[in-house]
Ligand binder design. Structure first.
Ligand SMILES: NC(=O)c1ccc[n+]([C@@H]2O[C@H](COP(=O)([O-])OP(=O)(O)OC[C@H]3O[C@@H](n4cnc5c(N)ncnc54)[C@H](OP(=O)(O)O)[C@@H]3O)[C@@H](O)[C@H]2O)c1
Length: 336
């Protein structure tokens, strides 16, 4: 997306964007002007690339002459957030889609935030919850304008949204999960989605944005994976998953009988009480109208009390997530 818009951004805003370092887990390219063919070599992981090393990438970026430098972390690595502070100390801002630094140990979160402030660098992370939907921006705007957020509620997992939007009893839940996995809608191990941990991490990020310094283990999490299946290999789990159908079918049948739907819902109140769980909602509830991988967030605030502030739309997928990162990049240009 950035490559495609480069000329327009240069013409309209007089900002020239150059990639000087690009890496995946095994290969990297450091070059003052990375071309499309170099990017293709990286994707192909061919021999023209060097062995990947994030520390070298940051060192290279630090010595590159530019008015504004930014590291964009599109990994789920637990190690890279440990390096954000060294980026800030080297005059490099950080944009991340990676939830680990923001939802992991509170001490690390505080160190990252303090380092960004102390070194006067920008740290942006809109896509860590809701992809390009303005979850984080809304919280920042509400707080800075003096509103008080009383409650946040939503469906924050594109995968769980898809699974429960699709599940109407005509096909067993296990088949919806395995079909979704085959289409790449779930993580390779669907238990990473069904455990609720990804949603809990997003809720922790939003809570901390509100100033509620909670940890993931403060979130009440309903794990949808049968306890007996949590330690199995992926292959064994995918064979066993049919044995979980009866339990979820009972919940669905009861919901249908009561004119309700099942949705995996995250909730947070202003005291930091946080939960992620499978909820049974009325047919006319706004969360019942979700389709596909849509996410939704509902803010109940002092100003938005009678009618909540709601954002809804696709909350996952490479294109929308990349556009969210692009949005953060643009925010960075506007700040500086
Ligand atoms: N996809 C979405 O819809 C979405 C939405 C919002 C946020 N996110 C977040 O964005 C991040 C990436 O998600 P994704 O779906 O794009 O995952 P993905 O397809 O697995 O891509 C992750 C990329 O990171 C690279 N990588 C991993 N460790 C690295 C390291 N130490 N150094 C350099 N590169 C490394 C991987 O390299 P290899 O190719 O060599 O493995 C891969 O290219 C995750 O944190 C995810 O939670 C994703």
């Amino acid at each position: 997306q950035v490559q495609a818009q480069k000329e327009i951004i240069l013409k309209n805003f007089n900002v020239e964007i150059n990639f000087v370092a690009i890496a995946n887990s095994s290969h990297m390219i450091l070059d003052q002007l990375i071309s499309d063919s170099a990017i293709a070599s990286l994707i192909a992981k061919d021999e023209s690339c060097q062995a990947s090393n994030v520390e070298s990438t940051i060192d290279y970026l630090a010595t590159t002459p530019a008015n504004l430098k930014v590291l964009i972390d599109c990994t789920a690595s637990d190690h890279i957030p440990d390096l954000y502070s060294s980026c800030f100390e080297s005059g490099i801002s950080v944009i991340t889609a990676n939830k680990k630094g923001l939802s992991g140990p509170l001490s690390r979160y505080k160190d990252i935030m303090r380092s960004a402030t102390d070194n006067k660098q920008t740290f942006l992370y809109e896509t860590t919850a809701g992809a390009a939907l303005p979850f984080i921006k809304s919280i920042k705007d509400l707080i800075i304008s003096g509103d008080q957020i009383e409650e946040i509620e939503g469906v924050f997992s594109g995968t769980l949204s898809y699974l429960f939007n699709s599940y109407n009893g005509s096909v067993p839940f296990s088949k919806i999960v395995t079909d979704a996995r085959n289409q790449g809608y779930t993580e390779p191990d669907p238990r990473d989605d069904l455990s609720g941990m990804d949603v809990a991490r997003k809720l922790v990020i939003l809570a901390r944005e509100l100033g509620l310094m909670i940890e993931v283990n403060n979130v009440e999490i309903e794990n949808l994976v049968n306890e007996a299946h949590r330690d199995l290999s992926i292959e064994s789990y995918l064979k066993e998953i049919v044995n979980d159908d009866a339990a979820i079918e009972d919940k669905l049948n009861q919901a249908i009988k009561d004119n309700k739907v099942l949705r995996y819902v995250a909730q947070l109140d202003h005291n930091g009480k946080a939960s992620v769980k499978l909820d049974t909602l009325n047919n006319d509830h706004p969360f019942s109208e979700l389709v596909g991988t849509e996410n939704i967030i509902k803010f109940k605030t002092k100003r938005y009390s009678e009618y909540p502030l709601v954002h809804k739309g696709p909350g996952a997928g490479p294109e929308v997530t990349a556009s969210g990162i692009f949005g953060d990049l643009f925010t960075l240009f506007n700040i500086h």
